[in-house]
Design a protein around this ligand. Structure first.
Ligand code: BG6
Length: 488
């Protein structure tokens, strides 16, 4: 999908990464930039200027990149010559964002006349300082763009503060708030499924749809990120952003074009129509979980409490399930069940749209359960399945659910770009459609904040679930109460 609003400046590019030695840069950004370079998707004279506190010279930084980034590039995509060419684009500037009185060292390294893209892959607490000092050092001009990594704040108040601070120096059209789920092939395909076909649209509403499930399950645990994760939790880390963005794409009205504002206006309406949770709703319609010791991928793994750098009495949730409602004509009374967790049985992200059963039971042997479901598998498989009722061969009228199955991986043989690669190319080309606008982000926090506050007020510990399971029993009960069940 190429929105018609490209504002490719044709200038040479300085891609300036704050947090250039960090995990995200090494694991995602540099491999993504390498792929973009290899496929000729970066301007001819591109420089990647990484900044960090570490006292590296260029050679030491390159050694670090060799050691930490190279292994994140799939072997079939690796090409020694392109890699050498890519390394030649890299520069390193030592910069302690908080201690440096100004960014003159960076200004010296920047190339006159280049278009600057600042990628802020640091803790959000540094965003204000970075933007202020960039402006003071004369590095922000009308061609500059800034990319803000999530989490953007930890509640509405801090998100507003960051947006205000960044907005002092960058116009909204220069700000790219990244949610990498919006860069995933299958997520973008969801827009095509809904708005590039006409067969679904007449059915895509209450009462034809009886419920929607959105699951983002991870097999991994918290790993080495406890320092960040323990003060964040699954609601801020996943639900407020990735799951809500998926919900928006499922629930939005057809936009009038693919222009950034047309798409984001529709998503904003969904976020603003999400019903707010009071304390009673929180107690009834949300479930927090925390993984305990268990077996994951045939290996015994420790519980969250025993992970390195997690306080033994931590109440941080590693799992959330909840029932949301969108108060619009289209979605009246349709529950949206959202679920995400770490250390679940396997990695699996999917959207399940359940359709209302036939109103009249014509066939006496109709099996129970849901007759029609549309299952959109996002990862690791990429597939769209439509479950329908069919007659079993034989003389009777025995029926059974079967699936029409579209395997997108075999339907399209082309290489699939990683989310970060696609989004970085969008930034370079000035395509804002798959990035969050300020009001969208703030609306998402306005919905999430009362839930997080309510959990604090209620003071309950998250329910334990064994690592390698599908989460606590309460999550199953949440759907069973309404006559539904999670589709695994
Ligand atoms: C990140 C979260 O935004 O998304 C991580 O901070 C999570 O905790 C990751 O593991 C999941 O992304 P993906 O692309 O692997 O589904």
């Amino acid at each position: 999908m190429t929105p018609s609003t490209d504002t490719d400046t044709g200038l040479p590019l300085d891609m300036i990464i704050f947090g250039g030695v960090g995990d995200l840069a090494m694991r995602k950004l540099l491999p993504a930039l390498y792929m973009a370079h290899m496929h000729g998707n970066l301007p001819a004279s591109t420089r990647i200027i990484s900044t960090g506190r570490q006292d590296f010279d260029r050679a030491a930084y390159l050694a670090q990149v060799e050691e930490q980034s190279r292994s994140f590039i799939a072997k079939e995509n690796f090409n020694e010559k392109s890699w050498d060419g890519f390394l030649r684009l890299l520069e390193y500037v030592r910069l302690d964002v908080q201690a440096a009185p100004d960014f003159s060292a960076l200004a010296k390294a920047a190339h006159p006349g280049a278009q600057r893209v600042f990628y802020l892959a640091t803790a959000p607490a540094l965003f204000t300082t970075i933007c202020d000092k960039l402006a003071e050092s004369g590095l922000v001009d009308q061609n500059a763009r800034v990319v803000l990594e999530k989490p953007l704040g930890r509640d509405l108040e801090s998100a507003v503060e960051i947006n205000e601070a960044v907005g002092k120096h960058f116009a909204e059209s220069q700000i790219y708030r990244i949610d990498h789920y919006l860069g995933k092939e299958t997520v973008q395909n969801l827009m095509v499924l809904r708005f590039g076909n006409s067969i679904l649209e007449p059915l895509w509403r209450a009462p034809n749809i009886s419920s929607v499930q959105i699951t983002v399950a991870e097999e991994v645990g918290v790993g080495s990120r406890a320092g960040f994760y323990d003060s964040t939790g699954a609601m801020r880390d996943m639900v407020q952003n990735h799951l809500l963005q998926l919900l928006c794409i499922v629930a939005m009205e057809p936009p009038t074009s693919l222009s950034p504002d047309a798409v984001r206006d529709e998503k904003l309406k969904v976020l603003r129509s999400l019903r707010r949770f009071g304390l009673a709703d929180i107690a009834r319609d949300t479930v927090r979980g925390q993984y305990a010791h268990g077996v994951s991928g045939n290996q015994e793994v420790v519980g969250y409490h025993e992970e390195r750098n997690v306080p033994p009495d931590s109440k941080t949730e590693t799992f959330v399930a909840l029932r949301a409602h969108i108060d619009t004509w289209r979605w009246s009374k349709v529950p949206f069940y959202l679920r995400t967790g770490k250390r679940m049985q396997r990695r699996s992200s999917k959207i399940v749209v359940e359709f209302a059963n036939p109103p009249f039971p014509l066939f006496p042997d109709m099996p129970g359960g849901v007759a029609n479901r549309l299952v959109i598998e996002l990862q690791p498989e990429e597939a769209i399945k439509l479950q329908i009722m069919a007659k079993q061969p034989g003389s009777g009228m025995q029926m059974q659910q079967v699936a029409l199955n579209l395997d997108l991986q075999s339907a399209f043989q082309q290489r699939r770009a990683e989310a970060y690669e696609r989004l970085l190319i969008d930034v370079v080309r000035g395509r804002l459609t798959h990035f969050m606008r300020r009001d969208e982000l703030e609306a998402a926090w306005a919905w999430a904040d009362p839930i997080i506050e309510g959990w604090n007020t209620l003071g309950e510990k998250p329910h334990a679930y064994p690592a390698g399971s599908w989460g606590p029993a309460e999550s199953f009960a949440l759907l069973a109460r309404d006559g539904f069940a999670w589709v695994e």
